[in-house]
Design a protein around this ligand. Structure first.
Ligand code: F6P
Length: 563
């Protein structure tokens, strides 16, 4: 099956939206409820409710979500759960897992969950059981991974492969890159995995500058096998290999492809036997569980890749089975909707206090913003409410020394998730204890803040005269009452990572259902790609610059002048 980014002209069937979101009784009730909650003081709530942590925390498969530091009470949660119910979250969830074409603008099922289901024997898409196809590709991936690791697979000159370069972009890069970095303690000795995504030639050039083509394998990862950046980098990599090995037969030993587009792979010159297939019902940003995960398996071994899949499956099971009020992705999604739509928050942040998750914010950015950055409903009408927020983040504690000032004292309202492991797999002295202490201290500081009176008293206790303390104290005020979630896990192992990623995937899904949008297409990225072609032509020295606005024409002329 070829994944085209164009849709066909057969009838588009969206999942019906019975009632516009803002007409749902729960939505109206939440609007009213927010009026009562405007002055809600979380600190007072903690003082009055000794069981607040127990009431507003959830456990699933070894993960703890503490969501007690939020501007919520029992009524908030019950109204939000009612909203999820009335918005049809349960039906859409069942439709997704059953393989219904819920990505209706592309006529596609959404079945990344099937890729990580070890038990399911049959699941029909367009009348065809896809489970045997999944198992065949997984088997191929496992055999290939073992062949590289044992040295059975050799490069063209007979050397074993020690360097792997994954060339892909977006979903064909961010997930595998993030996971490979996160699982570094599980890395298979003897192979190094690199990731090249940008069409900026320095990305590939820097990566291969220290590599030997005789021991390097390129993985060309592209769902469509039409993506400009990936194909340009793949061609440059092939030229580099051929410049050293002087025989087109070398391509078969140094290039494999991960794609849905067999023809495109063949046209590029990669042997279809070296192609690992996936299918159009795997969205790009949901594809790390598919053949796109080959670089992960090569980085950490097949068993660890399988543990990652199993962790995600455990979260899928929780998402399907847990009642909405105890359902971790649902609760996280609802809190996001609460702040996005009822408190007017424009952004939300994720701070993994885990250096190995440094790439997680970038991965979540695509997951969240490409999925829910939409403004037309499933009923084909413009939305009249906010959909997906701006998602951002960085690892703690680094963020504390960069932008946390704004979180504590700025005028923006930024709900945030903090992620922290109980144990570090790379302990050094007591550094992990400090990491935990900082993570908890930040969420506590966001909650409790500091009043002017306290700030002033502290200054006086430090020996400042009253007149100076009065001037300085307002600058030391922290408003407090700022919300956060904490996700706590034992250690960042493959299974836990799988759970965390699936948690965010389902959170994004639930929000998309509530906002009545299609979270699985991405038409918004197409226009820029279309416009790049005539601009590329206009950059040629004697070319007609074409029809553009005067800014674009001015920039093209300036660039041409400086050539
Ligand atoms: O342009 C956006 C996008 O289509 C993403 O959705 C996708 O993950 C990325 O490009 C890469 O696409 P492909 O895997 O087809 O090269």
């Amino acid at each position: 099956m070829i994944a085209s980014k164009k849709t066909s002209h057969t009838t588009l069937m969206s999942t019906p939206v019975a009632t516009p979101l803002t007409q749902l009784p729960a939505w109206k009730a939440l609007l009213q409820h927010q009026e009562h909650m405007r002055e809600f003081d979380m600190n007072q709530a903690f003082a009055e409710e000794p069981a607040r942590f127990d009431e507003f925390s959830l456990r699933a498969n070894g993960l703890l979500l503490d969501y007690s530091k939020n501007r919520i009470n029992a009524e908030t949660m019950s109204l939000l759960v009612k909203l999820a119910r009335d918005a049809g979250v349960q039906d859409m969830r069942a439709a997704m897992f059953a393989g219904d074409p819920i990505n209706f603008t592309e006529h596609r099922a959404v079945l990344h969950t099937a890729l990580r289901n070890p038990d399911q024997a049959s699941l029909a898409v367009d009348g065809k059981n896809v489970m045997p196809l999944i198992r065949d590709v997984q088997d191929h991936m496992r055999r290939f991974t073992n062949a590289i690791h044992t040295g059975e697979w050799r490069g063209y000159t007979g050397h074993s492969i020690t360097e792997i370069v994954n060339i892909g972009i977006g979903g064909s890069d961010l997930g595998p890159a993030m996971v490979s970095m996160a699982l570094r303690p599980y890395a298979h000795a003897g192979v190094q995995v690199h990731f090249v995504s940008n069409i900026d030639p320095s990305h590939l050039a820097n990566t291969i500058s220290s590599l030997n083509p005789e021991t390097t394998l390129f993985i060309i990862a592209s769902k469509t096998f039409t993506t400009l950046e990936t194909l340009a980098n793949a061609r440059a990599a092939r030229d580099w290999v051929l410049a050293h090995l002087h025989d087109t037969a070398a391509v078969a030993r140094h290039f494999v492809a991960l794609s849905t587009n067999t023809q495109g792979v063949q046209d590029f010159g990669i042997d279809p036997n070296n192609m690992f297939e996936f299918w159009d019902w795997v969205g790009g940003r949901y594809s790390l569980w598919s053949a796109i995960g080959l670089s992960i398996a090569l980085a950490v071994g097949w068993d660890n890749f399988e543990a990652l899949l199993n962790g995600a499956h455990a979260m899928d099971t929780h998402f399907q089975d847990a009642p909405l009020e105890q359902n971790m992705p649902v609760v996280m999604a609802l809190l996001g909707v609460w702040y996005n739509n009822f408190w007017d928050a424009d952004t939300y942040a994720v701070f993994p206090y885990d250096q190995r998750l440094a790439l997680m914010p970038a991965f979540l950015q695509q997951l969240d913003m490409e999925s829910n950055g939409k403004s037309v409903t499933r009923a084909n009408r413009p939305v009249d409410y906010k959909t997906g927020p701006i998602m951002w983040g960085a690892p703690g504690t680094n963020g504390q020394h960069a932008f946390f000032e704004l979180l504590h004292q700025g005028t923006q309202f930024v709900p945030a998730d903090f992620l922290i492991a109980v144990e570090n797999s790379m302990p050094l002295a007591d550094q992990h204890e400090w990491l935990i202490a900082n993570c908890l201290a930040q969420t506590e500081a966001l909650l409790v803040g500091k009043t002017q009176a306290v700030a002033q008293a502290e200054l006086i206790a430090q020996g400042l005269p009253l007149t100076e303390a009065e001037v300085l104290a307002p600058h030391k005020v922290f408003e407090g009452n700022r919300p956060s979630n904490t996700l706590l896990y034992q250690r960042l192992d493959p299974r836990t990572l799988g759970m965390l990623i699936a948690l965010y995937e389902h959170k994004v899904f639930v929000q998309g259902v509530i906002w009545q949008i299609n979270s699985f297409d991405q038409w918004g990225v197409e226009l820029g790609k279309q416009l790049a072609l005539p601009i590329r032509q206009a950059l040629e020295p004697d070319a007609d610059p074409g029809q553009h606005d005067s800014s674009t024409l001015g920039l093209i002329a300036e660039i041409r002048r400086h050539r």
